[in-house]
Design a binder for this molecule. Structure first.
Ligand SMILES: Nc1ncnc2c1ncn2[C@@H]1O[C@H](COP(=O)(O)OP(=O)(O)OP(=O)(O)O)[C@@H](O)[C@H]1O
Ligand SMILES: [Mg+2]
Length: 393
């Protein structure tokens, strides 16, 4: 099973919480491979074996003459284990190669992967981890705002930092902050950390102006989670150049848009109109864009933090001739109504998980139910316990 979703959506949190819950089903326990600390497979001398080598090391398998694939398969033979490959987007092919091999040679081993992008294996079950729901811009009732999962997370974290903080009287501002942050738990964590030295209204004002103010003070995070901008850049560097360029152009849409609008606004040199549909698909597959599915129509939207960091005037300068004001103006008619950044987030339609069309292994049933049960209610702390071993040292 692969948990996919944008950076900071909570994939790792969900995977570890689910692994903790299903660990007792696995006589040999759980191994966590923290792929986020591995180099990119494209830059490593032995890229295709990168993840297998990390697993071999986590399993304490002696280095012999056999390949890491063969060595890990030999150790895992007959074992009932869960292996979590966490943050695997930059080693996707190496991970897919290993999981494919182990699925065939060690059928009792189960694999749980977190990544921006699915592995692309035939028997893979893909589960989309979406950001936390945020209150709709038109929601003014306090109880409805307070019930939103993003606001609840904000409130809980804010109270840990300033126990006397009066969140209840500032719910509208909090709702705006959560919308600006696209409901991403990572962004909400970084934002609430600012409350140590800032009021909620100061935070709201500064976020509207510039989300780069969000930086982490804790260094237990992977480097790409230190700031919202570094999370974006980590995701963006995994994109091929054409997708990067399209992403920068799509950032002119202040709200949702459909494929025809994307083709009309973004399909110009060097991106022909005919290329826009496959590139849009690729951006969705890389979790850089979200779909809003009404059942009959499919629209797209960029999460506000992604739009913030991907605009034509932002850190990406993909083309010597960046899209100009005319393009921005051209995008407006395609949006249901032109909104301010604060207003752009819409209530997301909760979609059933994307699952592979081929057979789903029966063991996925309990893991799927566990993931479903955890949903957005992942506990704040999920002790790994001694059932886990990992390559984190
Ligand atoms: N449902 C949740 N409730 C509370 N906190 C959460 C939740 N989900 C995630 N978090 C917190 O948000 C932060 C980001 O989560 P996490 O690292 O799981 O995201 P991710 O999707 O794995 O990001 P990346 O793609 O960058 O690896 C973590 O510090 C985690 O503690
Ligand atoms: Mg992660």
């Amino acid at each position: 099973m692969t948990l996919v979703g944008p950076g900071g959506a909570g994939k790792t949190a969900l995977a570890l919480a689910a692994a903790e819950l299903v660990a007792p089903d696995h006589a040999y326990g759980v191994v966590v491979i923290e792929c986020g600390r591995l180099p990119a497979e494209t830059a490593a001398p032995d890229g295709p074996n990168l993840v297998a080598e990390a697993l071999r090391s986590a399993l304490d398998a002696p280095i012999g003459r056999e390949s890491p694939l063969a060595a890990t398969a030999q150790i895992l033979q007959g074992q009932q284990r869960l292996i979590v490959f966490d943050n695997a987007e930059h080693v996707r092919r190496s991970c897919a190669r290993l999981v494919d091999h182990l699925s065939r040679s060690c059928p009792r081993v189960r694999h749980l992967v977190t990544s921006r992008h699915q592995l692309g294996l035939p028997a893979e079950t893909v589960w989309e981890v979406e950001p936390l729901p945020v209150p709709a811009a038109e929601t003014w009732q306090s109880d409805q705002i307070a019930a939103s999962p993003a606001v609840q997370l904000f409130t809980r974290l804010a109270r840990q930092i300033r126990p006397r903080l009066d969140v209840a009287s500032q719910l509208t501002a909090v709702a705006g902050i959560c919308r600006d942050l696209g409901g991403l738990p990572l962004a909400i964590e970084l934002a609430t950390a600012r409350l140590r030295a800032m009021s909620i209204s100061d935070l709201a004002d500064r976020l509207t102006a510039n989300q780069a103010v969000l930086t982490a003070t804790a260094d237990h995070r992977l480097p790409h989670q230190h700031t919202l901008q570094s999370t974006f850049e980590w995701s963006e560097q995994l994109l091929p150049p054409a997708e990067r360029l399209l992403l920068a152009r799509l950032a002119v849409f202040p709200a949702t848009f459909d494929l025809a609008a994307a083709e009309q606004v973004c399909g110009h040199d060097p991106l022909p109109v005919a290329d826009i549909a496959p590139l849009v698909t690729s951006l969705v597959d890389h979790s850089m864009m979200q779909t809003v599915d009404s059942g009959t129509e499919l629209h797209y939207r960029l999460l506000p933090p992604i739009r913030e960091f991907a605009p034509p005037t932002g850190p990406i300068r993909p083309s010597p001739k960046p899209p100009d004001a005319a393009i921005c103006a051209g995008a407006a008619p395609f949006c249901k109504r032109s909104r301010t950044p604060r207003e752009t987030s819409r209530r997301r339609s909760r979609r059933p998980p994307r699952t592979s069309t081929t057979s789903t292994p029966p063991w996925c049933g309990r893991l799927t139910r566990t993931i479903q049960h955890c949903g957005p209610r992942v506990p704040r702390c999920w002790p790994l316990g001694d059932r886990f071993s990992s390559n984190q040292g």
